[in-house]
Design a protein around this ligand. Structure first.
Ligand code: ZN
Length: 304
């Protein structure tokens, strides 16, 4: 791993010397780095199962915060307590703030907890790991190239149900954050959630309840970049961290590849995730942001 990294640096140096300034500029501000994202997944899986309220979840938060600080991204941890079927648990959302030229916020989020299981060892490489990793690299990228809108990158805690999924036992972090932002009139203008987007065999379908124009903007970018094979026709309904924001009237969309046989089994391991899938989703998201910003600007100021 380390060796091929040095190799590619050397190659980039040779190419930039050979081809001049334009390439050197590209080298300085690289596109979304799927290999770096996969490295995050590897380190997260090495922590082991990371259910909400556990010491491993705290360790995961520290990993995210340390990575952001190293990238000079401003970050805050927002602790809260959640009443669950397993009693009251200490949870925390992690929020990176990337100021743009205007204060209006686009939130890109995903969960970092892994589902708690009584008996099996579940390390959630794709389910929990892939979203956590994608968001770290997106934050790094948006720090390098600020955009018109302000971005909040959010790692939600407690997305997973402790027992069986219900309205009360699920989405602890996003429900908490959406309610708090609504109460203080600080809701974002749009929300994009990613979950289980690292599958080697990547096929994302439109999420049925998501805001159509937001989803369309992402699918248009996928087609333009030649990644249409991974962004499929047809739709399915999935409840995830975008739902609490939809309920508060915020345009929101979910990217999820739910056709993942190892889902919630001990087989959701590192070998199921690829740098390429992470890179495809990262590239497509970054490419879609200008169209999403334009859509928001055309739709006028937020409702009071
Ligand atoms: Zn899950």
């Amino acid at each position: 791993m380390r060796r091929s990294f040095v190799g590619s640096l050397l190659l980039a140096l040779v190419v930039s010397v050979a081809l001049g300034g334009a390439v050197a500029q590209e080298t300085k501000a690289p596109a979304f780095d799927g290999v770096a994202a996969l490295r995050h997944v590897e380190r997260l899986v090495a922590i082991g199962p990371r259910p909400a309220g556990s010491p491993a979840a705290a360790k995961t938060r520290r990993y995210i915060v340390d990575e952001l600080k190293a990238a000079r991204v401003s970050v805050k941890v927002e602790p809260f307590e959640a009443d669950t079927p397993h009693g009251r648990l200490a949870m925390a959302n992690v929020v990176a703030v990337l100021p743009g030229r205007r204060p209006d916020v686009i939130l890109i989020g995903g969960h970092y907890d892994t589902k708690w299981f009584r008996e099996l060892t579940f390390v959630g490489a794709n389910d929990g790991g892939s979203s956590t990793a994608l968001l770290i690299e997106l934050a790094r990228r948006l720090r390098e190239r600020p955009r018109e809108y302000t971005y909040w990158i959010v790692w939600f805690d407690g997305e997973e149900a402790r027992e069986t999924w219900t309205a009360a036992d699920s989405l602890y972090g996003s429900r908490r954050m959406a309610a708090e932002l609504a109460r203080t009139h600080r809701l974002p203008r749009a929300v994009i959630v990613a979950d289980m987007i690292g599958d080697r065999d990547l096929g994302i379908r439109r999420e049925a309840a998501s805001t159509p124009w937001l989803t369309d903007a992402i699918w248009a970018s996928a087609a333009r970049l030649g990644h249409g094979a991974h962004f499929l026709g047809g739709s399915l309904g999935v409840e995830d961290d975008h739902v609490p924001f939809l309920r508060h009237g915020v345009p929101a969309t979910l990217l999820i590849d739910f056709d993942f046989p190892p889902w919630h089994t001990p087989e959701d391991t590192l070998d199921k995730v690829s740098a390429r899938s992470l890179a495809v989703v990262g590239h497509v998201l970054l490419d879609a942001l200008p169209a999403i910003e334009d859509g928001l600007t055309r739709s006028g100021p937020p409702r009071p």
